[in-house]
Design a protein around this ligand. Structure first.
Ligand code: HEM
Length: 250
């Protein structure tokens, strides 16, 4: 399996599973130390780190966006179209959290576990965007409407294409490293996948925000601040957790 080797040659030598400890372990050899602060609580002092707060911002922001869309689509009069925003919001939720889980992975076992979550979430995102794209194009065909006419539609088809490329490229690096010349070369290319992943994530959110300004959506729910709050939380949380050293591509 690809991941039995140390991802990105980070010189971490501990075994994948510590036989003396069945609980999830935080690496003692990790070079990264989270900033922690002791805070008093009614049942004693505890510590928190900013990374956790940023993580909450991202997850809650993405859930706020997706659940608001699902509220709209579940309360509106049923038309086939509603599956488009429903599936696209699932895609956005999965793609956002699928990036979040990998951001702080440092040790070998953290990377293995996080990559498994990443693969699962991005697989759901991949299927959701295909479904969401199929729904909107079929719906438009049913009404003989012009395709990719609005700014959201144009940006949407670009986002759709880039997600397909990003997903296929990522899956190839992890599952078929031989295609790019072997495991070592594939791992050396992770940084490009990471960099383009952030760009695609930004595009996903811009596209989704554009969708919320469609007249049909606004007729159901016209509270721009909710969408902006959700996107702002995700932006602050994601940027707050970025490790700039992991983003150097040249
Ligand atoms: C990042 C996620 C999304 C992508 C990639 C996406 C993609 C697209 C594409 C490609 C079209 C045009 C299809 C065609 O013309 O044949 C479209 C249309 C549409 N989308 Fe989305 N969409 C996304 C999210 C959303 C969301 C979250 C909403 C609503 C809250 C939404 C609402 C609409 C509406 C109302 C249309 C029809 C009008 C138009 O073409 O602009 N979309 N979408």
């Amino acid at each position: 399996m690809v991941l039995q080797e140390n991802p990105e040659n980070d010189n971490i030598t501990e075994p994948l599973i510590d036989p003396n400890n069945s609980l999830p372990q935080h690496s003692a050899t990790s070079s990264y130390t989270e900033p922690t602060r002791s805070i008093p609580t009614p049942i004693g002092s505890t510590t928190f780190n900013m990374s956790f707060v940023f993580s909450l911002l991202v997850s809650v922001g993405a859930l706020l966006f997706a659940s608001t869309v699902w509220y709209i689509t579940s309360t509106a009069d049923y038309i086939f179209f509603i599956w488009h925003p429903t599936l696209m919001s699932l895609m956005l939720l999965m793609a956002t959290n699928g990036i979040l889980v990998l951001q702080k992975a440092e040790s070998r076992q953290e990377k293995v576990a996080s990559l498994n979550f990443h693969k699962a979430m991005q697989s759901i995102a991949f299927l959701s965007i295909i479904g969401g794209f199929y729904v909107i194009t079929t719906f438009k065909n049913m009404g003989n409407k012009e395709h990719f006419a609005s700014p959201h539609g144009k940006l949407g088809v670009i986002t759709f294409s880039l997600i397909l490329i990003q997903s296929i490229a990522g899956s190839t690096l992890v599952n078929f490293p031989g295609v790019v010349g072997g495991v070592a070369k594939a791992k050396a290319m992770y940084k490009y996948h990471r960099f383009s992943g952030y760009l695609v994530l930004a595009l996903i959110w811009f596209t989704a925000l554009g969708g919320t300004q469609n007249p049909w959506v606004k007729a159901q729910f016209d509270h721009l601040w909710v969408w902006l709050l959700a996107a702002g939380m995700v932006f602050v949380g994601t940027v707050g957790r970025v490790k700039s050293s992991k983003l150097k591509v040249w």
